[in-house]
Design a protein around this ligand. Structure first.
Ligand SMILES: CC(=O)SCCNC(=O)CCNC(=O)[C@H](O)C(C)(C)COP(=O)(O)OP(=O)(O)OC[C@H]1O[C@@H](n2cnc3c(N)ncnc32)[C@H](O)[C@@H]1OP(=O)(O)O
Ligand SMILES: CC(C)C(=O)C(=O)O
Length: 517
């Protein structure tokens, strides 16, 4: 592949599993519309493969994968399935309408997984792997096989499993560090060993999938790429099962900034990294930690005098990449009361949002309304508006009106008018403070009693007229849900975030009920 700098380099394929492994992260559940929205952004970002889900897991997962496979045209859509014919059939049914649908089947190869989880002998696992790949390859030539827990597997056994998978028709073989156990040098040696010793290794793409349990997901992925792997399985912001996966933006920028060392190219549009990470954060309601590389608010901030002095003299003293190269805009005021539609559309495009005309109208109206309450509108305000107005899931519970009273001479209380499945309800209740009163009232209206696990307020931007962004995590019957919302009034933002969490919970219940039918 010819890199952006005109050099001939090997290409690394980026396989994004935010919608599958990322969704396995507690609190990162997305509904179908949100997944489609994120898949479109991943397409714009330029990933090679989107792993859209695990269709055999539920009807909801199946439908999301099917709809993404039907929507996305410029990258491959993969579906994960166990080494079982019924799982493979379900996965194929979901991805076969994508021009490059991929079946991704897996089975564990470590002693501990085979003995205790699968309760199978190694020779049975060898047969399962081969049979599954053969079954998948009868449906498509785009088959990936993963040896789950590969990094804790016996090397020679792993080699034999991969050979059987390749002989049966796998075109990509993936070596996961499923529990984030391996160390960079050790993992590089494993990849080099497999590339050298697996018969047929030259016919397939070697892939890696690294978890972050010891904080080494990115380091192990890079070590494996240096050793010859050519597909990186990653997620936006590193979201994923337990401590997460290797972060897409970190691997991409390490390859870019240290091109001299890796000599590898990718098709990723780096200026889409920041908008992509922020979109995920908005959708799943999980704020990006300030120190997160590439996308955290502090990633390009220079606080101390010596650093600032160096930066003023030459930015390269403390900056190994520019914020603009990863799609960060300067955080000056973006829009105001007198801005027009053209400026809004331009700004939305800069941020990576491609909205339809009707959606632009909605955002424009909401922006004008906000501008009446708030002097300056920043990127974060605009994104909050987009989240509220465009990406919100269809609401079972919808707020119409809210009034809350508090102070040292009054018992805090709230009056709320809401719609529940379209039916109007008005109720009032008390609490220990205005937010508690609002949550108690909403809980009475909807007839539920979820436990509040987390409540956090952040000012989206500075100033006393800043929008408050509220994150709420609730739990009911062992199921958790996260809601996020913003408003210039934090009591309103709290109510909207609580309702967003309740709506997500209701959506999950609906999807589970469909899956049981
Ligand atoms: C490392 C990873 O991230 S793997 C992907 C993880 N993702 C998921 O698990 C998706 C969500 N999962 C689910 O919805 C459910 O677990 C389902 C629908 C897949 C299966 O549900 P159930 O049939 O109720 O099985 P359950 O989850 O209890 O147990 C898993 C079964 O699959 C078997 N299994 C696990 N991996 C594999 C595999 N790769 N190939 C074949 N069988 C497997 C287990 O041995 C166990 O079998 P057993 O019931 O005979 O002991
Ligand atoms: C199924 C595989 C790729 C996986 O997610 C893992 O091993 O972590």
């Amino acid at each position: 592949m010819v890199s952006e700098s005109g050099e001939n380099m090997d290409k690394v394929f980026f396989f994004d599993t935010t919608l599958r492994d990322g969704e396995q992260s507690p609190g990162a559940t997305m509904n179908r519309n949100e997944k489609i929205r994120l898949a479109r952004q991943l397409e714009i970002l330029g990933v090679d493969v989107i792993e859209a889900g695990f269709p055999a897991a539920s009807q909801g997962d199946f439908e999301s994968v099917r709809d993404i496979a039907g929507t996305v045209k410029n990258c491959q859509v993969a579906a994960l399935c166990r080494a079982l014919p019924e799982d493979i059939d379900r996965a194929w049914e979901a991805v076969r309408h994508n021009p490059h649908g991929r079946l991704h089947t897996f089975v564990a190869t470590s002693d501990i997984h085979m003995r205790h989880k699968l309760r199978k002998k190694p020779h049975q696992v060898l047969e399962m792997a081969e049979a599954a790949v053969r079954y998948a390859a009868a449906r498509t030539s785009n088959v990936e096989f993963s040896a789950e827990d590969a990094s804790r597997s016996d090397r020679d056994f792993l080699r034999r499993v991969l050979e059987r998978a390749i002989a049966a028709g796998a075109t990509t073989v993936n070596i996961p560090d499923t529990v984030g156990y391996t160390q960079p040098q050790e993992f590089a040696e494993l990849i080099a060993y497999l590339l050298e010793n697996v018969e047929g290794s030259h016919k397939v793409v070697f892939s890696v999938h690294c978890h972050n349990d010891l904080g080494l997901g990115t380091a192990n992925t890079l070590a494996a790429l240096k050793a010859g792997a050519r597909q990186a399985e990653v997620t936006l912001t590193g979201v994923g099962e337990r401590a997460g996966n290797a972060a897409l933006e970190e691997v991409v920028m390490a390859l870019e900034v240290r091109r001299d060392f890796y000599r590898l190219a990718s098709g990723i549009r780096k200026e889409q990294l920041f908008p992509s990470g922020r979109l995920l954060s908005l959708i799943i309601g999980q704020p990006i930690p300030p120190c997160k590389p590439i996308i955290g608010v502090n990633a390009f901030a220079h606080e101390s005098g010596i650093h600032q002095d160096g930066m003023l003299k030459n930015r390269q003293t403390y900056e190994i990449m520019t914020p603009q190269s990863v799609g960060r805009q300067d955080e000056d005021m973006v829009l105001g009361k007198h801005s027009g539609r053209a400026a809004l559309v331009r700004r939305l495009e800069d941020l990576g949002y491609r909205l339809e005309a009707g959606q632009v109208d909605i955002v424009f109206a909401a922006m004008k309304k906000l501008a009446d309450r708030k002097k300056e509108i920043f990127v974060e305000d605009l994104e909050a508006v987009i989240l509220e107005e465009i990406f919100r899931i269809p609401d079972k519970y919808r707020l119409e009106y809210l009034s809350a009273v508090s102070g040292n001479m009054a018992i805090p209380n709230a009056v709320i008018k809401m719609y529940v499945d379209g039916e109007e309800r008005v109720i009032s209740d008390f609490g220990t403070g205005p937010v508690d009163a609002v949550f108690n009232t909403i809980a009475r209206v909807v007839g539920r009693r979820p436990k509040l696990i987390r409540y956090a307020v952040n000012a989206i931007t500075g100033g006393t007229d800043a929008q408050g962004e509220v994150t709420v995590k609730i739990e009911e019957n062992g199921k958790t849900s996260v809601g996020r919302a913003s408003d210039a009034d934090i009591i309103q933002a709290s109510a909207k975030a609580y309702l967003n969490a309740l709506n997500r919970l209701a959506k999950k219940e609906e999807e589970n009920a469909c899956a049981r039918l």
